[in-house]
Design a protein around this ligand. Structure first.
Ligand code: NDP
Ligand code: 8X3
Length: 254
């Protein structure tokens, strides 16, 4: 396995959910961390909890210039990024396409697609130059399997999967690894964000099942990074045991 104790790990969306859990998981190895999100108070609290070197980036990933400047301005001891976890993202709304909000659709595209592109484009040249690195993108089962109301969210996560696979071709020969991790239902702030703060509606998503936890996904992220450097997991799809697939649906005229 790869020793990650001397690694620098850049995690987007570290103020909550998978991102915060992933920061804790890599910190357990002694890795130095760059943690990014908009809520700086959350990042400060996470940094205070950890005993490894941590650099905070208060950043809205939708801002292309800010992403480029933040990566270019990293202090020297955090600049050589070994692992980029492109985790920040969200679903907004669950309405059918003909009723959904275009603002919600823009928000998901700007965050899940464009933000992920900006971070990747900022960090990847250094990895290719050093001939070392790993980009771990957080997709979703929604990128592979459609469900009612998944419309644009699912589309953004399909982008994440295809972008990840295409990156592998572009950087073949650089030793840089690329992985798409596609989780199913996991209890974080994800549904609270999707339902715009409606805590009852968010809780109902996970009622009666044991969903994945953020720690489960952090363990997967850590595992793909800790595999020997010649091993590239392309796609890792993970669900709770009580989640599976619906068949085709058919509308019949009465
Ligand atoms: P959370 O809502 O708990 O965390 C989302 C994180 O993304 C937060 O840290 C948030 O930080 C950050 N973020 C959102 N927008 C921006 C932005 N514009 N700029 C910077 N950071 C941003 O959800 P999860 O941990 O569950 O989600 C993490 C990823 O996992 C997402 O990409 C999500 O789509 C994906 N996913 C989640 C699943 C689930 O069931 N929970 C399943 C499959 C995939 P802040 O608000 O402070 O900026
Ligand atoms: C989050 C999982 O099934 O709610 O990506 O879309 S799901």
């Amino acid at each position: 396995m790869t020793d990650l104790s001397a690694s620098t790990v850049f995690i987007t969306g570290a103020s909550s959910g998978f991102g915060a859990a992933t920061a804790r998981r890599f910190a357990a190895d002694g890795a130095r961390l760059v943690i990014a999100a908009r809520r700086a108070d959350r990042l400060q609290a996470l940094k205070a909890e950890l005993t490894v070197p941590v650099h905070i980036l208060q950043l809205d990933l939708r801002d292309r210039g800010a992403v480029a400047a933040a990566v270019a301005g990293l202090p020297a001891e955090f600049a050589a990024i070994d692992v980029l976890v492109n985790n920040a993202g969200l679903a907004a709304g669950l309405e059918p396409a003909h009723k959904a909000s275009l603002d919600d659709w823009d928000l998901m595209v700007d965050t899940n697609i464009k933000g992920l592109m900006y971070c990747t484009r900022a960090v990847l040249p250094g990895m290719v130059e050093r001939k070392r690195g790993h980009i771990i993108n957080i997709g979703s089962v929604a990128g592979a399997y459609p469900y009612p109301g998944g419309n644009t969210y699912g589309g953004t996560k399909a982008f994440v999967e295809q972008f990840s696979l295409n990156l592998r071709n572009d950087i073949l020969g650089s030793n840089v690894r690329v992985t798409n991790i596609a989780p199913g239902m996991c209890e974080t702030e994800f549904s609270l964000v999707r339902f715009k703060g409606d805590a009852d509606k968010a809780a109902s998503v996970y009622k009666g099942i044991k969903p994945l936890s953020a720690d489960d996904i952090a363990e997967c992220i850590h595992w793909v990074a800790a595999l020997p450097r010649h091993v590239n997991i392309n796609i890792l799809e993970v669900m709770p045991v009580n989640q599976a697939f619906a068949g085709f649906s058919v509308h019949r005229e009465a």
